[in-house]
Design a binder for this molecule. Structure first.
Ligand code: NAD
Ligand code: UDP
Length: 308
């Protein structure tokens, strides 16, 4: 099949492009390089089934494809808050343009949605039928609400135009090829530990997240697209739940770093806890994560050692 991956030069997108090529597909990698990099896909460029397109998803594009994986959107709070108006345009106009394309060529299309649709959740762990607790006017809203509107657009194109959609709600995912200055917690702590700098915990470090290794996430994307039973939304993530203080200590232990932990102010609207209920993914996709936090951190630390 010919697969379009928007945001294909980013962290998750580059791993997905690689997997799809390995599975024998043609891959069109579309990116505007806001947070993506050519280095992430440099090793794929000699593959005759791989094609690069510099394009912004907020603009329409005409392509002939069988499948679309819509990943284009900065994912780190630091980057999505840099130009919030652009972030919401990317989610909303990007969804409209990609759904229009899917409708025209009858392609199956997957939306990379997010656990952020649950906001600062009042229900724990989060199940797909929870509608969330999202501030519509805060500093995270450009991302959270943009992704919520994108889900609405996907459902409406499905109901109104019979577009063949899939929606996955991705919980915090980490691994090699995250940017050194990505700003998300796993890469921040690892880079700080390897450089001997202080590890910056925002708030008191009691807030929790559930961290999924990238290979497990890519497997979930592929399974979601390869089945005909459900359109989603489906939670995909690792249900192991850790406080940021626990994560900081794990990174210090595994790097052997002598860095200290320092505390900085908690950014606005930072969710206090997050853990996916993945019963639906287990049942419908036969999927659950295989890589635990220790092993995933080890692989990620090895990667950052080569570039720090
Ligand atoms: P990333 O920032 O590494 O990748 C995003 C990619 O999209 C980058 O290559 C960037 O250049 C590209 N992009 C941004 N705006 C664009 C635009 N207007 N037009 C074309 N390309 C554009 O982030 P990631 O972690 O790889 O996330 C990929 C997708 O998964 C995003 O949609 C994100 O919201 C979603 N997601 C990721 C996580 C996670 O923990 N990694 C969690 C939830 C959801
Ligand atoms: N965080 C932190 N130190 C950092 C970066 C992030 O303590 O250097 C915290 C952040 O406040 C949040 C958690 O780690 O509570 C996860 O942050 P991240 O930006 O990785 O993802 P998100 O908040 O979108 O889940």
């Amino acid at each position: 099949m010919r697969c379009l991956v928007t945001g294909g030069a980013g962290f998750l997108g580059s791993h997905l492009c690689e997997r799809l090529l390995n599975d024998g597909h043609e891959v069109l990698c579309l990116d505007n390089y806001f947070t993506g990099r050519l280095q992430n896909i440099a090793h794929l460029r000699d593959n005759r089934n791989f094609e690069l397109i510099r394009h912004d998803v907020t603009e329409p594009i005409l392509l002939e494809v069988d499948r679309i994986f819509n990943l284009a959107c900065p994912a780190s709070p630091v980057h999505y808050q840099f130009n919030p108006v652009k972030t919401i345009k990317t989610s909303v106009m990007g969804a409209i343009n990609m759904l229009g394309l899917a409708k025209r060529v009858h392609a199956r299309i997957l939306q990379a949605s997010t656990s952020e649709v649950y906001g600062d959740p009042a229900v724990h762990p989060q199940k797909e039928d929870y509608w969330g607790n999202v501030n519509p006017i805060g500093i995270r809203s450009c991302y959270d609400e943009g992704k919520r509107v994108a889900e609405t657009l996907f459902m409406d194109y499905h109901r109104q135009n019979k577009v063949d959609i899939r929606i996955v709600r991705i919980f915090n995912t980490y691994g090699p090829r995250m940017l050194m200055n990505d700003g998300r917690v796993v890469s921040n702590f690892i880079v700080q530990a390897l450089k001997g700098e202080d590890l910056t915990i925002y708030g008191d470090g009691s807030q929790t997240r559930s961290f999924c290794y990238v290979d497990d996430m890519v497997e979930a994307f592929v399974r979601m697209m390869d089945q005909d039973e459900i359109i989603g939304p489906v939670n995909v993530g690792n249900p192991g739940e850790f406080t940021m203080l626990e994560l900081a200590h794990a990174v210090l232990d595994q790097t052997g770093s002598k860095s200290k932990i320092v505390y900085q102010p908690l950014p606005g609207d930072d969710p206090k806890m997050r853990r996916p209920d993945i019963s639906l993914a287990k049942k419908a996709l036969g999927w659950e994560p295989k890589v635990n936090l220790f092993d995933g951190l080890q692989k990620t630390i090895e990667y950052f050692k080569t570039i720090v």
